[in-house]
Design a protein around this ligand. Structure first.
Ligand code: G3P
Ligand code: MG
Length: 246
């Protein structure tokens, strides 16, 4: 029987991404300033294998760059801004994972780090992410590595066995128990609207941590928590913390 890798009831999804540009240092600082104790961010790699914090394969939606992030060197990506269309944040850098880890460490904020490889780059992405975490994540702060990519999770399991992992899915797959055992995952993270009460019971009875994305309404979060869900990812941590009375 595994033990859940507990993060927090309220996890700021890509930082306080409803207000600040997602996956930026500003979004993390804002989440911390409104009381969040844990954030979720996404990481992928540059052409020279440096992890950056960014959600999409392409740079267009969130930065002033274009093309695949993985086609650019780290030096090229360092020159970009990542305002994601948010007017008050025009000079926000596109952050390296190492810079994000430093900030989280100084703020004493826990992390769900989603390994988000561009398809085909599962192994180098997981290795590069694990290298940064091994070098610089403070041991006393909560950390869970998650991914939709089972290949990335297998590489993380072998590269950094001491770090907790979460199988990330939209709907609960029929083989969730086998997969979480195979990948030695302590948590399952999934889309909130696709969870039913029996699944929540089965997953938590199996000793897994259960977290749901993306939940922006406190009453929806309260319903999930009452089903045994351990926490929710939200774009609006301030409103969620107030709404849940936390
Ligand atoms: O990790 C939870 C959630 O972030 C997964 O989906 O697309 O927002 O990265 P996405
Ligand atoms: Mg994510």
């Amino acid at each position: 029987m595994t033990e859940p890798a507990l993060l927090a009831k309220v996890i700021a999804h890509r930082g306080a991404s409803g207000v600040a540009p997602e996956n930026t240092l500003a979004a993390i600082s804002l989440a911390a300033s409104v009381g969040a104790k844990c954030v979720e961010i996404d990481a992928s790699i540059s052409s020279d294998n440096i992890p950056f914090v960014h959600h999409d394969d392409g740079l267009e939606r969130c930065t002033n760059g274009s093309g695949y992030l993985c086609a650019h060197t780290a030096a090229e990506l360092d020159a970009l801004t990542a305002s994601a269309g948010k007017a008050d944040f025009e000079n926000e850098p596109l952050p390296r994972l190492s810079a994000m880890v430093s900030l989280l460490s100084s703020l004493q904020i826990g992390l769900n780090l989603e390994i988000k490889p561009t398809p085909g780059l599962e192994e180098p992405t997981a290795i590069a992410v694990c290298d940064v975490i091994r070098d610089s994540w403070p041991m006393d702060l909560p950390l869970v590595l998650s991914s939709f990519s089972r290949e990335a999770l297998a590489v993380a399991r072998d590269s950094l066995p001491g770090a907790a992992r979460a199988l990330l899915v939209c709907a609960v797959p029929t083989d969730w128990h086998h997969q979480t055992q195979l990948l030695q995952c302590r948590n399952l993270h999934m889309a909130a609207p696709l969870l039913d009460e029996q699944q929540a019971k089965d997953i938590t009875d199996a000793g897994l941590g259960l977290y749901c994305f993306t939940v922006n309404q406190p009453d929806e979060a309260a319903r999930l928590l009452a089903m045994g869900v351990h926490g929710v990812f939200t774009d609006y941590p301030e409103e969620m913390l107030i709404g849940l009375g936390s």
